[in-house]
Design a protein around this ligand. Structure first.
Ligand code: FAD
Length: 320
């Protein structure tokens, strides 16, 4: 018995969300009194792989097959499931990232496992294996009881602390036995749309809505975000009007995020918008209308005109 964690990389590097996933998987391994094994697919430097030991990984299975250079859902799911069988891992943990969302159910089918996607807490330890996750676009929580022997859990980014716990991991090459049918879809090239902080993984997000009046006024939003090292986001009408790209739209019909800090500027706080952002750790709202619904869920609120408040914030951050 063991716990297997899939450590996805971005161009050979691990993002902070992966250390969260590893720390979360380590905590589960400790609950089960068993070891934690990681699987990495793609070219990651051995120093990076060994470093996973710092977060509790004992052994890393390293898959460097050229055919698996780019992410292919079906093929990656086969490799991870094969590794889980080889290591007798009955719990597989991964991030509920863009790729994790596609992988978790596929691995679940291959291992005949129960799947809990978007977990936000550790499983209970009172005999039953129950995982808390968000449901209905973050409007509710679901407690998922996982009764099958094998389990797949994907963790919502920013919901578990990174914990350092261990010494360098050992690395073992893992040669998977992929079938041709795993490669029906092949990604030839990935072109990065932007060099900016990626919204789903961002710890800090500066977001703006229709209160900004037009796309020409986003300079101050970008400037504040750059100074803070934050990602930018927006409300739906803003992306519908093409003021901002659709990739920035957060909410029920957009991306759901849970950063440590969400700054909402000129956004009313409609329920559909809150559905995607209400699990942010700290919410700061800037709105000129004191009755704006967003203030009801804000940790800090500034009643004021964005065109006066935001430049003052920029000056304040620059002065730090
Ligand atoms: P508005 O509602 O126009 O609010 C603008 C706010 O800016 C107001 O509160 C105003 O007081 C404030 N303001 C104006 N000027 C200033 C100023 N100078 N300084 C400071 N504040 C100012 N919306 C989403 O965002 N995400 C979704 O995923 C989403 N999904 C939806 C799904 C469905 C099925 C439906 C029906 C709607 C959905 N919507 C979604 C739309 C949602 O209902 C709201 O219409 C939308 O969120 C409003 O966007 P807004 O707050 O930017 O604009």
């Amino acid at each position: 018995m063991s716990v297997l964690v899939y450590v996805e990389n971005a161009e050979g590097k691990f993002k902070k969300s992966i250390f969260e996933v590893v720390s979360y998987a380590k905590a589960i391994a400790k609950q089960m009194n068993t070891s934690l094994i990681a699987i990495s697919i793609g070219n990651v430097a051995s120093s990076e792989l060994e470093n996973l030991g710092k977060y509790g990984v004992e052994k890393v299975l390293n898959v460097t097959n050229d055919k698996l250079k780019s992410f292919i859902n079906q093929a990656y799911a086969s490799v991870i499931a094969e590794a889980a069988k080889k290591e007798a891992a009955n719990v597989v943990v991964l991030s509920n990232s863009f790729s994790g969302k596609g992988l978790a159910p596929r691995i679940g089918v291959k291992l005949e496992a129960a799947v809990a996607d978007g977990a936000i807490e550790l499983p209970t330890t009172d005999g039953k294996f129950i995982v808390k996750k968000t449901a209905f676009s973050n409007k509710a929580f679901a407690m998922v009881e996982m009764n099958s022997e094998n389990k797949v859990i994907s963790l919502t980014p920013n919901s578990h602390k990174v914990v350092e716990d261990g010494t360098p991991a050992t690395i073992e090459e893992f040669n998977s036995e992929n079938k041709d049918s795993d490669f029906k879809v092949i990604i030839k090239e990935i072109v990065r749309a932007t060099d900016k902080v990626s919204l789903p993984d961002a710890e800090l997000v500066v977001s703006a809505g229709r209160g900004l009046k037009g796309p020409e006024n986003w300079g101050m939003i970008e400037e504040l975000a750059n100074l803070l090292g934050a990602a930018t986001a927006c409300s739906k009408p803003v992306s519908d009007a093409d003021w901002r790209p659709h990739s920035e739209h957060v909410g029920q019909t957009g991306i759901a995020i849970s950063p440590n800090l969400y700054i909402a500027i000129g956004i009313s706080g409609a329920i559909q918008h809150l559905a995607g952002v209400s699990s942010s750790k700290v919410i700061v709202v800037i709105n000129k209308d004191p009755e704006a619904p967003f203030f009801k869920v804000a940790d800090y609120g500034i009643v004021g005109d964005a065109f006066e408040v935001v430049p003052k914030m920029i000056e304040a951050v620059k002065a730090l």
